[in-house]
Ligand binder design. Sequence first.
Ligand SMILES: [Fe+2]
Length: 259
Amino acid sequence: MKQLTEQQILDNWDKLMKLIEDTFEGDRKDKLLKMYKYFEDRMSVAPASGKAAYHNAMVGGYVEHVLHVTDCALKIKKLWEEDGAKINFTDEELIFAAMHHDLGKVGDLTEDYYIPQDSEWHRKNRGEIFKHNPKLQYMSVTDRAIYLLNHFGIQMSEWEYIGLRLTDGLYEEANKSYLMSYNPDWSLKSNIAYILHQADMMATHIEFDEWNRLDEETNTKISDNIKKAVGSKEEKPKPSPKLSQKSNDLFEELFGDKK
Ligand SMILES: [Fe+2]
């Protein structure tokens, strides 16, 4: 089972902040930094999914996934461009949409989206490492992303909205009218959504492969690994003095002595 060290979590956060510094400017950059500061404690340790069978269901998995999708999106855009595709959006727009396509997985203004699965049965038999927080109002991940960006007054361009909105492609039922229209006038007028969907798919499947590869290397079943991560005193990661209390509490809950 893949786990990030505290140093990797801190390094990934620094990479994310550098990406903002290098990509955006002016009022929008200030507002983005303000939002990321607000969510730093929760976002830096958030997982990207809840189940071992999905992807990056680990502490710090969200930030790693966002960086991965951004990197894949820039590479895929280059490939499309070299092969003759029309690129009518900027790298800033592509990065903005990639960075925020899963923002809703951080939760709302006070509550986390994922909380540790406290049922041993679900951990062992269903590979559920995290579960949805029942305190949250239901909202799709994409809707929550847009709500949060709006809350912090962060504006987006039309292509950023289309890209972020459609990153899940046809895995999201609500995207059908955008992607399966038989009226040529309504077809997408930018390739940004296709490129982001490919980037998200690529990153997600690679993250899953990495997870499996590590599993095969240790020749241990996922359930045994989860048990080890929860129960082993020798191998549990040490909470970092650099991470805040919130982050350390989550570390302790997942890797502490109590079962
Ligand atoms: Fe994603």
